[in-house]
Ligand binder design. Structure first.
Ligand code: DAH
Length: 344
């Protein structure tokens, strides 16, 4: 088609109708109209062949057409550059590797606490919790710690008020008392939670840590039941060939009392620096519930007997995962925490 006003008009309206709302369309517009082989360049080529008489008539609108097209392209380019990047079907690459979303994981102490609960729930223990802020009765007196008794100093206490005596609980044994006060035997309960002691923080001690308390009160509960229950636990937790050893000990709320060692999980009893070359590591305290404690909770010690135990969750985690520094559990360092994975 030779150059004419009608042709210029036609291309002008074509240009006006194009919508340039993304970078692809803008580039296509440039190719169609402004590039060397584009329609406008074509018109300029044709212009060279136009008779001189017509040049004046066609020159101006042709130049205006070119300017309008350039203007439209420039504006579109600026708009597209300012737009948020859009994903068109072409840009989406279904074969690209999936994004690596950070996925959280359970805290190692939660993993261990859950494992302990699972082992005991299979043999009929239910789980209960009590308050972290306790009165003197539940943390000490009902547990047979007489006033001014030196055993109270065994656990350095953070007091909240002196009168009445309110403190951060120093052990989960306080929850035993609450359970016995509020429920009738038979009782078979597991009580996990955080406890607090006024200790200097180091690799081996912290001012807060976690315990799980166990309690079984019924008619005819014996020390043999305690021992068998703990052996079962040790094997489930640390492996079939784990051995346990009970050493006589003292707690005001149990009589007799014992501390329980397991054969070292690292050297299997041969001796290493974890077990300080003894082949054994301590995991918990336990005993038969003292008759005074039963009486304090309105349970008749002539009818009922019971056993109790308390273990540190950090201690179990340290043995299971061979963690060398207690502080790692509360520093929230992802490099540490991300090493632990659980199914739930
Ligand atoms: N409450 C003790 C502590 O924190 C642990 C303990 C020992 C709990 C003997 C018990 C027990 O239930 O029978 O050191």
């Amino acid at each position: 088609m030779s150059l004419s006003l009608a042709l210029i008009e036609q291309i002008k309206s074509e240009i006006e109708q194009v919508i340039l709302d993304n970078s692809e369309k803008t580039e296509q517009f440039r190719l169609d109209f402004l590039s060397k082989k584009g329609k406008i360049s074509q018109l300029f080529d044709d212009f060279k062949l136009v008779e001189p008489a017509l040049r004046k008539e066609l020159g101006k609108p042709l130049n205006e057409l070119k300017q309008a097209a350039e203007q439209k392209w420039k504006e579109a380019q600026e708009n597209v550059a300012n737009q948020p990047k859009e994903k068109t079907a072409k840009q989406f690459d279904a074969s690209a590797p999936a994004w690596n979303f950070p996925v959280g994981s359970r805290h190692p102490l939660s993993i261990i606490a859950n494992e302990i609960q699972e082992i005991f729930s299979k043999i009929g223990f239910t789980v209960a919790e009590g308050p972290e802020i306790e009165d003197d009765w539940h943390n000490f007196s009902a547990l047979n710690f007489p006033k001014e008794h030196p055993a109270r100093d065994m656990q350095d206490t953070f007091f909240i008020s002196a009168e009445p005596e309110i403190a951060l609980r120093t052990h989960t044994s306080s929850v035993q008392v609450r359970m016995m006060e509020n429920n009738k035997p038979p009782l078979r309960m597991l009580m996990p939670g955080r406890v607090y002691r006024n200790e200097a923080i180091s690799a081996r001690a912290h001012c807060f840590f976690h315990q799980v308390e166990g309690l079984y009160v019924d008619k005819n509960v014996s020390f043999a039941d305690l021992k068998q229950t703990l052996l079962h636990f040790a094997r489930e937790m640390f492996g079939e060939d784990t051995k346990i050893r009970l050493r006589p000990s003292y707690f005001p709320f149990t009589e007799p009392s014992a501390e329980v060692d397991i054969s070292c999980t690292v050297c299997k009893g041969k001796g290493c620096n974890i077990c300080k070359y003894s082949g054994w590591v301590e995991i918990l305290g336990c005993g038969m519930v003292h008759p005074n404690v039963l009486t304090n909770c309105s349970i008749d010690p002539e009818v009922y007997t019971g056993f109790a135990f308390g273990m540190g969750i950090e201690r179990i985690a340290i043995l299971k995962y061979q963690v060398k520094d207690l502080r790692l559990f509360s520093q929230n360092d992802l490099r540490f925490i991300q090493q632990f994975k659980s199914a739930w």
